[in-house]
Design a protein. Structure first.
Length: 198
């Protein structure tokens, strides 16, 4: 399979790319590095990414910029970071990508446990995650050509210890569990699912 990984230089993306490249053609993309550069806040940049990549079988997105910080500092500008990045960015990956993906291909997006279990300083991510999950469920009943769409929803992950203090009492998600959740999205038969990883 030819799989595009958006956010391939990040913690999750790097692990997935390394695991999947053993059996598949991987196209690594990111805002600062990769086989193709892409800014997911820009529809033109997304379109350019797909033109360069050509036909593909699956897209995995592990990228989703949001604002992290105290509520008292929240403004319209800060809140737009998650809406334009994690929410609209991923929506546009699908809206534009549906014209390039092969029949029976798949999109696997990233959301997170914050949609259901918010913590301090992450209200922007909670809102964006909830939007991504709603979009995945709705898009699943409208995408044609046998194209599937799912989202993976992890809590804090073991390879990001810098976030542990912000998630008190949370047991970190192992990279292997996270990998297999993405594998379910890419290679499984389900669609419209939010695959929760704990």
């Amino acid at each position: 399979m030819k799989i595009i990984i958006v956010g391939a230089s990040g913690t999750m993306g790097k692990h997935l790319a390394g695991s999947l490249e053993k059996d598949h053609e991987i196209i690594r993309t990111g805002s600062k590095s990769g086989d193709i550069r892409v800014d997911i806040t820009s529809p033109d940049s997304i379109e350019n990414m797909y033109r360069q990549a050509g036909d593909f079988d699956a897209l995995v997105c592990t990228a989703g910029p949001t604002y992290v910080g105290p509520w008292k500092n929240m403004t319209h500008k800060e809140f737009r970071k998650g809406i334009e990045g994690k929410l609209f960015g991923q929506i546009n990956l699908v809206l534009i990508g549906q014209h390039y993906i092969q029949p029976k291909g798949s999109f696997t997006l990233i959301t997170g446990a914050l949609a259901d279990d918010p913590v301090l300083n992450f209200s922007n991510a909670s809102a964006a995650n909830g939007g991504v999950e709603g979009f995945v469920r709705a898009a699943a009943i409208e995408l044609g050509g046998g194209i599937r769409i799912n989202a993976v929803s992890p809590g804090v992950i073991e390879d990001s210890p810098q976030y542990f203090p912000l998630f008190p009492g949370e047991i970190p998600v192992s990279m292997k569990h996270l990998e297999y959740a993405f594998r379910k999205g890419v290679f499984g038969a389900g669609t419209g699912q939010v695959i929760r990883v704990s």
